[in-house]
Design a protein around this ligand. Structure first.
Ligand SMILES: C[S@@+](CC[C@H](N)C(=O)[O-])C[C@H]1O[C@@H](n2cnc3c(N)ncnc32)[C@H](O)[C@@H]1O
Length: 321
C-alpha cells in the first residue's frame, strides 16, 4: 500500500524536523487530516463562533462586485483556488455569477498538496455548480505554477488566482510563496489573498478560543501521529511571538523518542520544542511591505468593519526597484 506521503515529501519532512525542528503544516492535511480540517472549518464558519472563515466569507461576499468588476469581460473566467481545502472559498464567486447571470463559462482549478482535499473540493463544486473542474495536486512552495495558469488562459479565459483562509500566514517562507505566484501571472491575471489582521488586544482570546483547542491540536499532530508518535509523549503549547507578529504552536517532548520516517531514523529529545504551525497576523503596513517587495501592485486592500481581516487584490508589477 502506498504511504501517506511521497518519498520526496518524506525527505522534506525529515529535513525540516532535523534541520529546523519543524513539522511543516502542509503535511497535516493528508489522510485523516482532511476530516480534521473539516471540523475546524465548520466551526470557524459558524455565525455564532465567528472564526476566520466567517469573517473572510462575509467580506468576500460584500466586496464581490468590486472584485469582479476589475475584469473588463467576465464572459470566461477561470478560478484558480490555491490551497483549495474543500473548495468553499469559491462559493461566493460562483453564487454571485449565478445570481447576476454573469460569467457564461466558468472553470474551476483547485490546487492542493493533499489528494483528499482535491477530491473533496472537486466533488463539492461539481455537486453545487455547473462548472468545469481541473484539479492539480502540487506543492506551491516548490516553484511557479505557470504551466497551470498558461493552460487555463487559453481560449480567452481570464485568471483569478485565489489564496484564501490566511494560508499565507501559515507559510514558513511567505515571500517565496508570493514570488512563485507572481512568476505565474501575466499582467492580465489577478491574485486575491485573504489575511488576518493583527488585533494585538485580542490575541490572548484568539489563542484561547481558536488555537488552544483539541480539534486544532489533532489536525496539526497528524504527521507525527502517522509515524507513531503519541500526543502523550509531550504537550501542546501555543504562544504569541511579538517580534514576528505570529501565533506559534509547539509540541514539547516529555521524554526522548525514536521513530522512522521511510528508511531514516529520527530521534527527538526530552525538552525539545517542535514547531507544529505558525500563523502570521498582518498590519496594513506589513501587507504593503510584503506585496511590494515581492513584486506586486495592490489594486485594492479591503478590510472588514471589525478590522481583523483583509482581502488583497493585486497584480504583478512590471518594474521592480
Ligand atoms: C488553511 S487550509 C485553507 C483551505 C481553504 N483555502 C480555506 O480557506 O478554507 C490550507 C490548504 O492549503 C493546502 N496547502 C498548504 N500548503 C500547501 C502547499 N505548499 N502546496 C499545496 N497546498 C498546500 C492544504 O492542504 C490545505 O488544504
Amino acid at each position: 500500500m502506498p504511504g501517506l506521503y511521497s518519498q520526496k515529501e518524506e525527505y522534506e519532512l525529515i529535513t525540516a524536523l532535523k534541520g529546523r525542528g519543524e513539522v511543516p503544516l502542509k503535511f497535516a492535511y493528508f489522510g485523516k487530516g482532511a476530516e480534521r480540517w473539516a471540523k475546524i472549518e465548520a466551526s470557524s464558519q459558524d455565525q455564532k463562533k465567528k472564526g476566520l472563515e466567517f469573517y473572510e466569507r462575509r467580506l468576500f461576499s460584500v466586496k464581490m462586485e468590486q472584485i469582479l468588476n476589475t475584469f473588463g469581460d467576465l464572459g470566461k473566467l477561470n478560478l484558480i483556488d490555491i490551497g483549495c481545502g474543500f473548495g468553499s472559498d469559491v462559493y461566493p464567486v460562483l453564487d454571485y455569477l449565478k445570481k447576476t447571470k454573469k460569467g457564461k463559462e466558468v472553470s474551476y482549478t483547485p490546487i492542493d498538496i493533499s489528494e483528499q482535499m482535491l477530491k473533496l473540493a472537486g466533488r463539492n463544486i461539481e455537486k453545487g455548480y455547473n462548472v468545469r473542474v481541473v484539479p492539480n495536486r502540487l506543492d506551491f512552495e516548490s516553484g511557479n505554477i505557470s504551466e497551470i495558469t498558461s493552460k487555463s488562459r487559453r481560449d480567452g479565459y481570464s485568471n483569478l488566482l485565489m489564496f484564501m483562509g490566511n494560508t499565507l500566514g501559515n507559510q514558513s517562507d511567505m515571500t517565496r510563496v508570493l514570488s512563485n505566484f507572481r512568476d505565474s501571472m501575466t499582467s492580465e491575471d489577478y491574485l486575491i489573498v485573504g489575511t488576518e489582521l493583527l488585533a494585538r488586544h485580542k490575541i490572548s482570546t484568539i489563542i484561547k478560543e481558536y488555537y488552544n483547542r483539541r480539534i486544532v491540536y489533532d489536525l496539526v499532530f497528524t504527521p507525527l501521529e502517522y509515524y507513531g508518535v503519541r500526543q502523550g509523549d509531550g504537550k501542546y503549547m501555543v504562544r504569541f511571538n511579538d517580534n514576528l507578529n505570529q501565533v506559534e504552536a509547539y509540541f514539547i517532548l516529555n521524554k526522548d523518542i525514536r521513530f522512522n520516517i521511510g528508511k531514516d531514523d529520527v530521534t527527538l529529545y526530552k525538552g525539545e520544542e517542535i514547531l507544529l504551525f505558525k500563523s502570521t497576523k498582518f498590519s496594513d503596513w506589513g501587507i504593503a511591505k510584503i506585496f511590494s517587495s515581492t513584486g506586486y501592485r495592490i489594486e485594492s486592500l479591503m478590510s472588514n468593519p471589525e478590522n481583523n481581516y483583509a482581502l488583497v487584490l493585486c497584480q504583478p508589477s512590471r518594474f521592480r526597484f
